[in-house]
Structures are given as structure tokens and as C-alpha cells.
Design a protein around this ligand. Structure first.
Ligand code: HAS
Length: 568
């Protein structure tokens, strides 16, 4: 466990002092900005659920936001999935790396440059969404030929740029530690975060090419036509690894913090490292599973990506085993007996533990729905239906977000120096989020199977069956529960920042400073080897796809005019 005192108790050692001040301001700025971005996104969600429900719209037809369905979906996706996550992950990464390695970030002041780049990106994006809602309604996937105002894309470029600088800072800090600690294994949390940043940096190359060579020139009027299929493929080169970029920080908490928070210990650290090396290798070359229905991509390439998608689910199964065993150990230490006694003996009353357990429960459903999506035959049934948002609200909205919130519940007080405003409120927030998200997953999944499309105003759709309409009404109820939960979350955050008076107790922060388990081979940290293997896999998985796209029927028909006024 970390020995540096909490942020409110300023240490006398100058090195620790700089770290503590950096946590208070730099990490604090990232986490607060993440929560502001989330606030813009999160409150759009329930209104979309209401808007898609025929009964709700019949009784409340004139809610102002109902005139802006696609604009609201865009803001919801862009703010929650792109800005909230990236700010949170970078802030959390700095905090964990500094604390685990017990050293200042290398080139720490550059971290402010990275932050400013990302923050200016956020301001640009918000300005575009608010001042040009119609033209910027291109959703968080911003598929061409729909083209948003240039500021929309510049906002994304600045976000990516800031995150690349942040990655460089973390890599350099790690390199310095490595040089000073030959023969030691880096702490597991840092190992996972390094994997995560490598995945992110490789993946963002795809979307950067799409932005720089296609979307920005089209938004500036330099290109009059674009190639939608190429754009989608470049997007998904980024879009799928993105989901693991979200997931891995939650896994940092499940593997390295939760076992102790729950009262047990991790089953196997070396096994964990194998799982994360698998994430490093297999989470990028899988993007085509989002394009099973797309023309212009060969069946053999789709087959290769299917195989790799199934392989990348293996480390999550390993996680279920490893972390599950840690929880069983904790439950038994807490007095659990018999086959399932350990389940009831978890610390369900502690919001920080309970939220993560709720997250795991939603991930069981979300993970298995992912495996259904990955089968190309079953994908034909669920693609573009509301089943897909059901899947990603249980994974991203459930497992990942619940875990991030549980982290906020200990990290914000540590940085602010004040106790969490209300633990009881935090627990109820977690319970309502879990119930709301589970109901959302069930109802959107059922509606999708009954034919309800995703990203459409279904309340006015005459072609939908009674069954689909019923489940869309249930979705509105889940939206209401999630609205209540979101309000509870922000009451607790504002309360902790401004109204909590009790100083945080000098206690432990759930970060270990110990080097890794010596049973893990040292070559696990030979990153050059893994990057080489990843390069080969990418060549195999994407080489034929891009060659095919760039050479096959190279004619003007594949290029379509850009559309500057998208959906209303
Ligand atoms: Fe996915 C679409 C396949 C995981 C997010 N996914 C999406 C989209 C998003 C998303 C955002 O193959 C929509 C994109 C869009 O807008 O179009 N996904 C998978 C597969 C996995 C998977 C195979 N997805 C995720 C994660 C996400 C995420 C994680 C976010 C964080 N996904 C797909 C496919 C599509 C797709 C297709 C395209 C669909 C289409 O046609 O459009 C796997 O990696 C999942 C593996 C996970 C498991 C679960 C393990 C369970 C664990 C819990 C342990 C529980 C314990 C019990 C220990 C196998 C680790 C605790 C005990 C107690 C006492 C509580």
C-alpha cells in the first residue's frame, strides 16, 4: 500500500510534496473535467429512452429536447464515450503510476500541455454541439459521408494529441523506473496501464488517418467526395480497441485494488500478466466484427477478425476466474461457508466494493452478449438493432462506469482532502445504477430481438410490433431509474467538493508500491517483442483489407458526395 500521505497532509519531503501537489491539481483537473464531460452526456441518456417510448411520448409530447434526437444521441456518445473516458483514464493513470512507482512523472509540466490540449478539444466540441447542433449530429462514430463542422474534428484531434503526450510521459517515467530497478517486475497496475496506453496509441493511428486525410479536408471543403467504406474501416480500426482502452483501467481496479478492498488477495499475478499481454496482442486486429454486414470487405477477412475476436474474449474469461477466486478468498476470510456462502459475505454495504461487484454482474451479461455479436450469423439478427446499445450499456455503461464511479468515490476525497459527502447516497446511487442498467440491457435487448432499430425515434415508428413497443416502454422506466441515479451521483460529487467538512482519514489508498511477483518472467516486459508480434497480427488482419479497398475497382463510383446537413 502507498505510504505517501493523502493530499491534505502536505509532506515535508520535497519529492513527495511535488507529487501530492500534482495529484491535487493535475489529477484533480482531469477527474473534474471528466465529470463535467460526463454531466453533459449522461443527462441526455434518459431523454433518449423517453423519446423512444410510445407511451411516454403520448403523455408528454412536448418536452423540448424531443426536437433534437440525433443531436442528443451525438452529445451522449461523444461526451460519455470519448471525452469522459479519456480524461478519467489519463488522470487515473497519472495517479496510479506516480503512487505505484513512488516517483514523479517524467516531464511532469508537459502533462499540463497535454491537459490543455484535451481541454481545448473539449471546449471546441461542446461549442460545436451547442452552436451547430444540426450539422454536428454525426453521432460518436462520425461515419462519412455525413460531415460535421471542422471544429468537431479538431476537437477530437486535440483530444488524441493530448492523450499521446500523456502516454509519452508515462512511458518515459516507466523507462526511468526500469533503469533503476533491473531485475524487478513493474507493479501489476502499471503493467496494465502501459498495455492500455500502447493499445490506445496504436489504435488511434486509424482514426487519426481518417480525420487528417478524409474528414477534416471534407469539412473544410477541400474534398467534395469521400469513400465511406474506407472511413468506416479506419474508424473501427480504432473503435474496437477503444472498448478495451475503457475496460483495462477498470481491470486495474478489479485486479489490484478490489481484492484488498474486499478483504482477500489476488489468485495469481503471473496469470494476470498473461491476460494483459493477450489484450495487447489481440484487442486491436478485430475491428471488422463491427462491419460483418458491410459490403466491400471480403468474407475471409471477416473470418480472421471473428477468430481474433473470440481469442480476445479469453483474457476476460481468465479475469472472471482470477478475480472471482480473489473474491471467493475474500468472502471466506469474511466468514463465508459452503459452496456460495462467500457471495453473501462480500462487503455489499461498502459502496466502493459493492459498485465494482455490481459492475461485474452486469459484465457477465454484457460479455456474453458480445460473444453473440461476434458470431457472424447471429450478428445478422442483432446488427443495427437496439440489442447493440443493450450490449454496450452493460459493458461500458455498467461494468466500466460503475467501476470508474467507485474509483471516484475514494479518489476524489483523497485529492480534495475531505471525506465522501455520503456513503449511504453512494450505495443507493450504485444500486439504482445497477438496477437501471440491468433493466435497460434487458429491455433494449428484447426490443432489438423484436426488431427495434438502434439510433431511431422508435416512438413514432408504425412498423414496430406490439412486443417491441412494450419493451421500449420498459426502457423508459430504466431511463427514469438511471436519471435518479445520475442525480444522486452529482449530489455526492458536489457535496464532497464543496460541503463535506470532515477531513479524510489518514488511511490507505488502494495502490501497492510493491514490485511484481517474481514468478512472472522478466521478458513479459520486453515490449519490443510484443509490438513486433502485434505488428505481424495487424498486417495479417488488416493488410488484405486495405489492399483490397485501395486497389479494387478503383473508380469514382465508390466515392460519394459529402453530406453537410445530416439527420434531424
Ligand atoms: Fe462489444 C459492439 C463483441 C466486449 C463495447 N461493443 C460494441 C459497441 C460498443 C462495445 C460500444 O462482435 C457498439 C459500437 C457501435 O456503436 O456500433 N464486445 C464484443 C466481445 C466482447 C466485447 C466479443 N464491448 C466489449 C466491452 C465493451 C464493449 C468490454 C466496452 C467496455 N461488441 C462486439 C461486437 C460488436 C460489439 C461483435 C458489434 C455489434 C454490431 O453488430 O454492431 C468480449 O471482449 C467480452 C468478453 C467478456 C466476458 C465476460 C467476463 C466476465 C467477467 C465478470 C466476472 C464476474 C465475477 C463474479 C468474477 C466473456 C470478467 C463476481 C462475483 C460476485 C459475487 C459479484
Amino acid at each position: 500500500m502507498a505510504t505517501i500521505s493523502l493530499a491534505h497532509q502536505l509532506p515535508t519531503n520535497p519529492r513527495s510534496l511535488t507529487m501530492v501537489m500534482r495529484e491535487r491539481y493535475l489529477v484533480g483537473a482531469h477527474i473534474i473535467t471528466a465529470l463535467i464531460a460526463l454531466m453533459f452526456g449522461i443527462f441526455m441518456g434518459p431523454f433518449q429512452a423517453f423519446h423512444r417510448s410510445p407511451t411516454f411520448v403520448r403523455y408528454f409530447p412536448s418536452i423540448p429536447i424531443f426536437s433534437y434526437y440525433y443531436q442528443a444521441v451525438t452529445a451522449h456518445g461523444v461526451m460519455n464515450a470519448l471525452f469522459f473516458t479519456t480524461f478519467f483514464i489519463i488522470g487515473f493513470t497519472y495517479f496510479v503510476v506516480e503512487r505505484s512507482l513512488q516517483r514523479k512523472l517524467r516531464l511532469g509540466s508537459l502533462a499540463w500541455v497535454a491537459y490543455v490540449s484535451m481541454a481545448v478539444g473539449l471546449v471546441m466540441m461542446l461549442a460545436t454541439l451547442l452552436t451547430e447542433p444540426q450539422r454536428s449530429a454525426v453521432l460518436y462514430t462520425f461515419y462519412p459521408p455525413m460531415i460535421a463542422p471542422a471544429l468537431f474534428y479538431f476537437g477530437l484531434v486535440l483530444l488524441a494529441l493530448g492523450s499521446w503526450i500523456a502516454s509519452a510521459i508515462v512511458f518515459l517515467t516507466y523507462r526511468d523506473w526500469r533503469r533503476e530497478h533491473p531485475g524487478e517486475r513493474v507493479p501489476l497496475a502499471v503493467f496494465i496501464l502501459i498495455v492500455n496506453l500502447i493499445v490506445w496509441d496504436v489504435a488511434t493511428i486509424g482514426v487519426a488517418i481518417e480525420l487528417v486525410f478524409m474528414l477534416i479536408p471534407a469539412s473544410l471543403g477541400i474534398l467534395q467526395t469521400v469513400e465511406p467504406q474506407l472511413g468506416r474501416t479506419l474508424f473501427w480500426f480504432f473503435g474496437h480497441p477503444l472498448v478495451y482502452f475503457w475496460l483495462l483501467p477498470a481491470y486495474v481496479s478489479w485486479y489490484t485494488m478490489l481484492p484488498r478492498q474486499a478483504g482477500g488477495k489476488l489468485f495469481s499475478e503471473p496469470l494476470a500478466r498473461v491476460a494483459f499481454l493477450m489484450f495487447l496482442l489481440f484487442s486491436v486486429p478485430v475491428g471488422l466484427h463491427h462491419q460483418f454486414s458491410d459490403p466491400g470487405v471480403s468474407a475471409s477477412s471477416k473470418g480472421v477478425h471473428t477468430l481474433l475476436t473470440l481469442i480476445v474474449s479469453v483474457p476476460s474469461f481468465m479475469t472472471a476466474f482470477n478475480v472471482g477466486a480473489a473474491l471467493e478468498n475474500a468472502g471466506r476470510n469474511n466468514g463465508g461457508k459452503g459452496l456460495l456462502g462467500w457471495v453473501w459475505k462480500q462487503r455489499w454495504g461498502d459502496p466502493i466494493v459493492a459498485l465494482q461487484l455490481f459492475g461485474m454482474l452486469t459484465f457477465i451479461a454484457g460479455g456474453f452478449s458480445g460473444l453473440i455479436n461476434a458470431s457472424s450469423q447471429l450478428n445478422a439478427t442483432i446488427h443495427n438493432t437496439s440489442w447493440v446499445p443493450a450490449h454496450f450499456h452493460q459493458t461500458l455503461g455498467g461494468a466500466v462506469t460503475l467501476t470508474y464511479i467507485s474509483i471516484v468515490y475514494w479518489m476524489l476525497p483523497a485529492i480534495r482532502g475531505r471525506q465522501l459527502f455520503s456513503k449511504k447516497l453512494a450505495l443507493w446511487q450504485g444500486i439504482t445504477w445497477f438496477v437501471g442498467m440491468t433493466l435497460f440491457g434487458l429491455s433494449m435487448g428484447e426490443a432489438g430481438l423484436a426488431g427495434a432499430p438502434r439510433r431511431a425515434v422508435t416512438s413514432a415508428a408504425p412498423y414496430l410490433s406490439e412486443r417491441a413497443l412494450f419493451w421500449l416502454d420498459v426502457t423508459a422506466i430504466s431511463g427514469l431509474i438511471l436519471l435518479i441515479s445520475s442525480i444522486l451521483l452529482y449530489v455526492n460529487i458536489v457535496g464532497t467538493l464543496f460541503f463535506s467538512r470532515r477531513p479524510v482519514e489518514a488511511g490507505e489508498i488502494p495502490i501497492t508500491t510493491r514490485s511484481g511477483d517474481t514468478r512472472s518472467p522478466l521478458w513479459f516486459e520486453r515490449w519490443g517483442i510484443w509490438l513486433g508480434v502485434l505488428g505481424l497480427l495487424l498486417l495479417m488482419a488488416y493488410g488484405p483489407v486495405f489492399v483490397e479497398m485501395l486497389t479494387y475497382e478503383w473508380n469514382i463510383l465508390r466515392y460519394v458526395p459529402v453530406i453537410n446537413t445530416p439527420m434531424r
